[in-house]
Design a binder for this molecule. Structure first.
Ligand SMILES: *[C@@H]1O[C@H](CO)[C@@H](O)[C@H](O)[C@H]1NC(C)=O
Ligand SMILES: *[C@@H]1O[C@H](CO)[C@@H](O)[C@H](O)[C@H]1NC(C)=O
Ligand SMILES: *[C@@H]1O[C@H](CO)[C@@H](O)[C@H](O)[C@H]1NC(C)=O
Length: 383
């Protein structure tokens, strides 16, 4: 569509609500981009991978990543690295290592970050010994910050409440329910072990003090070795819709049915994920990866390396129909190697915050694990 046509299209919509009118004007522009972490550039760290991003109760941005000490492998010793921005992504604090797993066998893995806006906390949930590589059992761990990410609690072992089970949260963000049912509940979803895989959610109704097991969408055949094209839902990103349901966008590990994303929905605040509501989003082609999703001001956003075979072509899509369809236009954030991504936005009440979203992603020239980059996207940049 040309600019004139778009203006015409917008005027036709004058009768529609202001919000939907503004949504029609979305025309994202890559506004600025910064590398937050460069693998191999710091003495103590071999590779940075698995970036997470969140807003905070005070309007800061927090970026987290696994700092893999000795190799690029998922297994092995790691720190959790963090950087903070208090000026809407313009500048970032130096890296701090907020957790050190202190092991040499199967270290920690990220993870989900969830903000409790009712009490002003930021909670980070991760796993240790997930791959059971020379250690056992796998445990689900939590650290919490009450001061906008400046200091963090000692790690707490949530497996004491949840039972011992391999659970790898996210990677991405968890949510606090803003609408009923279960307004205020913390919902963190992730996936299980290689054989006992599936999407599982853990829930807290008291701001993270007590956690219990919620929805389970199990792989088939469950607890058995998988073959190509088995049903194997894996890493996932939940978002809350304005009707209070939770939509979870899921990695389709064994390419069951399509080389595309699986979408499931919970209508009971994360207690169940009925198969009746599951569908395959054929437009969201995917090379089997962790993707980003965000619901903001009635628009759903999605990022992944949009390619059926390879982790390249990191692309932003948006939907004005709650993900039922996607706008034909897409924005390519990076053509080259690109992997995991996570999206957030600020909402401190300023009009400025309506205009931007932030995408953190794995980016490289030869391999996608060379850097972790953050892109600030102007949603109305083409206007
Ligand atoms: C966490 O708690 C579980 C259950 O009590 C226990 O089996 C496991 O060893 C604990 N993990 C860590 C890292 O302390
Ligand atoms: C990148 O993604 C867009 C949108 O899905 C697609 O049209 C294009 O073919 C992709 N390019 C590559 C090289 O995968
Ligand atoms: C998107 O493209 C399809 C196929 O080319 C077309 O049928 C549809 O009308 C387009 N949608 C919009 C919103 O332009």
């Amino acid at each position: 569509m040309g600019k004139g046509n778009r203006v015409a299209a917008v005027s036709v919509l004058l009768y529609a609500s202001f919000a939907s009118c503004v949504a029609q004007m979305i025309d994202p522009l890559l506004y600025e981009e910064q590398l937050l972490w460069v693998s191999g550039a710091q003495g103590q760290v071999n590779t940075y991978r698995i970036p997470l991003l969140t807003f905070t109760p005070k309007g800061s941005l927090l970026a987290f990543t696994e700092a893999r000490k000795f190799s690029s492998s998922d297994v092995g010793a790691k720190f959790i690295a963090m950087r903070k921005s208090t000026d809407k992504g313009a500048t970032w604090s130096p890296t701090t290592f907020i957790v050190n797993d202190g092991v040499t066998d199967d270290g920690l893995n990220l993870g989900s970050v969830v903000v409790d806006e009712e009490v002003g906390s930021v909670i980070l949930i991760y796993t240790v010994c997930f791959h059971l590589y020379y250690c056992s059992p796998s445990s689900t761990m939590m650290v919490e910050s009450m001061d906008d990410g400046d200091s963090w609690s000692h790690p707490r072992n949530l497996s004491v409440q949840l039972g011992v089970k391999s659970f790898s949260p996210g990677p991405g963000f968890g949510i606090q329910k803003r609408y009923d049912p279960a307004k205020g509940r913390l919902v963190v979803c992730g996936h299980g072990t290689i054989e006992g895989d599936g999407v599982f959610c853990i829930l807290s109704d008291d701001h993270g003090r007590n956690w219990y097991n919620g929805a389970a969408l199990k792989s088939i055949p469950y607890n058995q070795k998988k073959k190509a094209q088995d049903f194997n839902p894996d890493e996932c990103q939940p978002v809350e819709m304005t009707d209070g349901s939770i939509v979870i966008n899921v990695r389709n590990q064994n390419n069951y049915h399509c080389r595309c994303r699986v979408v499931v929905r919970s209508r009971d605040g994360g207690l169940s994920l009925p198969i009746d509501d599951l569908y395959f989003d054929y437009e969201l082609i995917d090379p089997v990866v962790a993707a980003g999703a965000l619901q903001k001001d009635g628009v759903m956003y999605f990022t992944n390396p949009s390619n059926e075979q390879h982790r390249v072509n990191l692309t932003l899509r948006w939907s004005l129909t709650d993900g039922k369809s996607w706008e034909n236009k897409t924005v390519q954030i990076w053509a080259g190697p690109s992997g995991y991504s996570c999206i957030t936005s600020l909402d401190t009440g300023s009009p400025e915050d309506r205009k931007y979203i932030f995408v953190i992603y794995e980016k490289g020239h030869r391999d996608y694990d060379e850097t972790v980059s953050i892109a600030k996207i102007h949603l109305y940049g083409g206007w």
